[in-house]
Design a binder for this molecule. Structure first.
Ligand SMILES: N[C@@H](CCC(=O)N[C@@H](CSS)C(=O)NCC(=O)O)C(=O)O
Ligand SMILES: [Fe+2]
Length: 287
């Protein structure tokens, strides 16, 4: 298991980042208005951002107790890169990694553009995706930013390379935990399984073993929502997910009968995302 980057920590509770209890006596620090009161070594800055054409969520996490304010971005979209770069700059963050949950089929990732605009940023995606990136992630690996980290959990089934990123476990990590599920689990739904190596049985097993096994209060953040929802929990989905509360046989029947049209951009998005998005913005602008 390889640890990536600078050590880091987060405080979920999303927009209301709150204090972590001190597990190591490192001194009490004063609170910042952005993160709230803080008595622990690390605290998480967290932002959920939305791209409306593809209904995609992008997430920004940073350890704002660390002097470098190291940050990770999850699932950026090409169309909103300017907004995301401005936010990183305004918040004084050092973006270390841009990570994708999978090779998206409905939009072009902003990863390549972010690499061009923010010096030193590394792209990361699962090894199982077969996509090109600076860092290829395997099960159990940790993406460190300051004293915080995201753990990689394989959740194939929507695509063969899908992963869920989960905030760290331990007294200095955010509580409750937060999981960025990509399209494996959507709020009261799940990713389709009819292309990109999709497999309903595999998705069912992935969600039950890797996501529903997390503590019940774990906050679940999907890559998309089409109905205006923003966040759910393991407990909520165990009770109310209309697909994944069924047994596997019924789940497979539901998935075979979704009848969804293919994403409009699939033929453009998949090849672009296999190389982590637009790699040469200068050449692209000349076309
Ligand atoms: N209409 C959209 C695509 C909608 C879609 O297919 N969403 C995917 C996630 S993006 S690969 C999905 O898995 N949906 C599951 C569901 O139940 O909605 C477009 O044309 O881009
Ligand atoms: Fe997808």
């Amino acid at each position: 298991m390889q640890a990536l980057g600078v050590a880091a920590v987060v405080n979920p509770a999303s927009l209301t980042a709150r204090c972590l209890l001190p597990s190591r006596a490192v001194g009490v620090r004063s609170c910042s208005s952005m993160t709230g009161p803080k008595t622990a070594k690390s605290s998480l800055l967290f932002r959920q951002l939305f791209e409306k054409e593809s209904s995609t969520y992008t997430y920004l996490l940073a350890d704002v107790s660390h002097p470098d304010r190291p940050a990770v971005m999850v699932d950026p979209v090409d169309k909103t890169v300017e907004r995301d770069v401005a936010l990183v700059q305004q918040l004084g963050l050092k973006l270390l990694y841009v990570v994708n949950t999978h090779v998206h089929a409905d939009h072009v990732t902003g990863t390549g553009l972010l690499k061009a605009k923010v010096p030193g940023v590394k792209s990361a995606i699962s090894r199982a995706s077969d996509a090109k990136a600076d860092v290829h992630l395997d099960a159990g690996e940790k993406i460190h930013f300051g004293d915080l980290y995201l753990e990689v959990r394989p959740t194939p089934g929507h695509t063969k390379g899908c992963v869920t990123y989960v905030t760290g476990e331990g007294p200095e990590q955010p509580s409750p935990r937060m999981a960025f599920t990509g399209d494996a689990l959507l709020i009261r739904g799940c990713g389709r399984t009819d292309f990109q190596g999709g497999d309903a049985s595999q998705l069912y097993k992935s969600v039950h073993s890797q996501i529903f096994s997390l503590p019940k209060d774990t906050l679940l953040y999907p890559a998309h929502d089409y109905k205006g929802n923003t966040v759910t929990t393991v407990e909520e989905e165990l009770q109310h997910n209309p697909r994944l509360t069924k047994d596997e046989k019924e789940f497979k029947r539901i998935m075979q009968n979704l009848g969804l049209p293919y994403p409009k951009m699939i033929d453009v998005a998949v090849p672009a995302n296999m190389v982590c998005g637009i790699q040469d913005p200068v050449a692209m602008s000349a076309v």
